[in-house]
Design a protein around this ligand. Sequence first.
Ligand SMILES: [Zn+2]
Length: 350
Amino acid sequence: MKRLFAGLGAMTLAGAVAGATPQIGINTQAIGSRLLVFTPSDAGLGNSAAILGEDFVVVVDAPSPSLSAAALQEIRARTDRPVRYLVNTHWHDDHVWGNQIYADAFPELQVIAHPATRAGIEEQAIPALATNLERLRATVAARDLVLESGEEDGAALTDDRRSAIEARQGAFRQFINEMETIRPALPENLVDTSLTLDPGGGEVVLRHLGRGNTNGDLVVWDTASRILVSGDIVTSPIPAGGDVPPSEWDATLDAIVNLAPAAIVPGHGELMRDLDYVRLVRDLLAALRAEMTEAVGRGLARDDAIAAIQISVMRSRFTRGDQRLELGFDRFFLPYAAAAAYDELIAERR
Ligand SMILES: [Zn+2]
């Protein structure tokens, strides 16, 4: 997902989708003896993965200090090889704020990313840190008041709503504590197109397949297992809408399909054993472009065109009528993707 700490909404979706948990931990999934997948119990935080080579370990993404420390513990339980490389798939804070854990534990560690990812961390994630911390504190304080008064927006608090808020307060407090400890470890090893690592037991290829979510998306391709770690180019259950034009995102998804991976570790959500979901996202983007073409054809202004988009058939394939997923779709996919679709179509007409 995007803008985890920037948009409190991300965490709201996280709670909505994953089921609210007072403290966030990771679930570790071992695929053979080579690959570990770490999925946070709160889907607002990104997945991470570790490729356990015979000579060294390659880690992909570091969602937060505590989750990265937990992941490192799992890695150490399985290998005495050092983590030599940490790849940041993109700059969003829920994929990079745990970098320091690996940097502190392994002085030889190289953090690798696309140059645009480094720029995003420096120019967007770091400057937003203090503001986000303040907003998060304000949110927690406001919600404490709601719990105390038993009223929200002038209406009495239902039991469901109360327990949802209570559960989220714990996660919010955990985020606040963590944000106070963040000392961003910046990527120094910058990769524009591709880089091959040889951790022992099969090469690991880092590639910029094109943009799908940010300007600097890298994917990690483990040649031995044929498993792809995609970053937020692929997220489930709701795709992460960025400002990447839909046709470009689609081309990047096409490149993923062409690799014919045995499985995909998405940026958020469960491991995918087939390409069905990726194809579903491609269909969604096609539907979005078709509707936007129609809206632009009617001469609607930008805001009106964005507001006119329904894509109800495809949308229901993602949300299946679940109210929380509907909310997530409207908050994290639709506005960004529709705006990008509009801008792309207008640019094409010039
Ligand atoms: Zn993310």
